[in-house]
Ligand binder design. Structure first.
Ligand SMILES: [Zn+2]
Ligand SMILES: [Zn+2]
Length: 401
């Protein structure tokens, strides 16, 4: 296919300056596909990018990295996808041959990370230009807050057409992050005692993943009682308000001496320390939350004698394509309550409002219903609607993933 198309897209022009524009999307090049987007989730990383917190030089760009849609064009040499295929997008496309990939750290693939940073596709190109003819970056290499996107074919993971695209979109970052942190980073197993700190959209996925993994005890920790109630409905066995006198002591008491794994899904110094303090000797704290640059954490060094561990987790800590296929299977079997993590369904023009909610720490995921007919799952009726039932209001233990 050779033709370019005009699309509406959410463009970042300068820190804090995000608006919907009409831009040109060029035809997919070799090894690339064009995807008509059905829905996209607004992630905290998009806000960080839009606020300029992820560094200079990352605009102008079409933003958005958590999305799903339908392939409507393929470039030369693409054999594995065809027009009509339903796909979920991934922002990490491991090359398979860099040192990180060879070590098995596929989410840390060096060229994939460099391309995401540069807002380019795998061949270093951009397929987007603005109205003045200027090149636009692909935010995180994806650029899915748009009616269509050109991505590397390997960034488009096929999914069954029966899975509503409004649900599939969420798999691409938030769900992958929450499940992967439990499965691949914390390696939660049958009978484990687990603590999840921060029960927003991704934290709830971590709770649900811990239940699926067979955890005997799942202690949810949050500043808000309503979020704790929500966590209980998703499988938490116990709940602790982090505003209490000594939440770490409460968790240790509830778990009979500390948890095997603590997942921090906030990205703040105090909650990372809290995760450490809830551990039993030999337990593992996993930091999933994305802390702003400059945040430090202090730990009592003598406690390394007790062989506690603290590790990071990025984007599920495993091969994203493989993880997504497993999540698609679980979602198709009805074993992931994906709709639970959506608090607002919005239109493309409402991304700035979704960012405002994130800045206030309000709600869970905002889902952009880009094409209601494609998105399916009742999204058409709800597109543009204000908060879904049971949405949550501002809180301080906000999520940054
Ligand atoms: Zn994300
Ligand atoms: Zn690599």
């Amino acid at each position: 296919m050779t033709e370019s198309i005009e699309i509406r897209a959410c463009v970042l022009r300068a820190p804090g300056a995000v608006a919907t524009e009409t831009v040109t999307l060029h035809a997919p090049g070799p090894g690339q596909v064009r995807v008509r987007l059905a829905a996209a989730g607004v992630c905290h990383s998009d806000l960080h990018l839009a606020d300029g917190l992820l560094g200079e030089g990352r605009w102008p760009a079409v933003i958005g990295h958590e999305g799903a849609g339908v392939v409507d064009g393929v470039g030369d040499g693409v054999a594995e996808l065809a027009p009509g295929d339903h796909v979920v997008l991934t922002m990490v496309v491991p090359c398979g041959s860099c040192d990180a990939c060879r070590r098995g750290n596929r989410t840390l693939c060096e060229p994939s990370g460099a391309n995401a940073l540069a807002g380019a596709l795998a061949d270093g190109s951009t397929r987007l230009t603005g109205s003045g003819g200027e090149p636009l970056q692909h935010g995180f290499g994806v650029a899915c807050f748009a009616e269509a996107a050109v991505v590397d074919a390997r960034a488009a993971i096929p999914i069954p057409a029966e899975l509503p695209l409004s649900q599939a979109a969420l798999l691409g970052c938030g769900v992958l992050t929450g499940y992967g942190a439990v499965d691949h980073a914390a390696r939660v197993g049958i009978g484990d005692r687990v603590c999840v700190i921060g029960c927003g959209g991704v934290g709830l996925q971590a709770v649900a993943a811990a239940e699926l993994a067979g955890a005997a005890q799942i202690i949810a920790v949050d500043l808000r009682a309503d979020k704790l109630d929500h966590a209980r409905r998703r499988g938490a066995t116990d709940a602790v308000l982090s505003s209490g006198d000594d939440p770490a002591a409460e968790v240790r008491e509830l778990s009979g001496g500390g948890v095997d794994a603590a997942l921090e899904v906030v990205g703040a110094s105090a909650t990372i320390r809290l995760a450490w303090d809830t551990l039993r000797p030999g337990g593992t704290a996993v930091v999933v939350g994305l802390a702003p640059a400059g945040v430090d954490v202090a730990l009592p060094a003598i406690e390394f004698l007790s062989e506690k561990r603290i590790i990071g987790s990025y984007y599920g800590s495993a091969d994203p394509a493989l993880s997504l296929r497993r999540l698609v299977d679980l979602a198709s079997a009805g074993r992931l309550a994906l709709e639970d993590m959506v608090s607002h369904r919005i239109e493309l023009e409402q991304v700035p409002e979704a960012f405002e909610r994130l800045r206030r720490g309000e709600g869970d995921r905002s889902l952009i219903v880009i094409d209601p007919a494609l998105a399916g799952d009742g999204a058409a009726q709800l597109a543009g609607a204000t908060p879904a039932a049971g949405h949550r209001t501002p809180d301080q233990v906000e999520e940054r993933t």
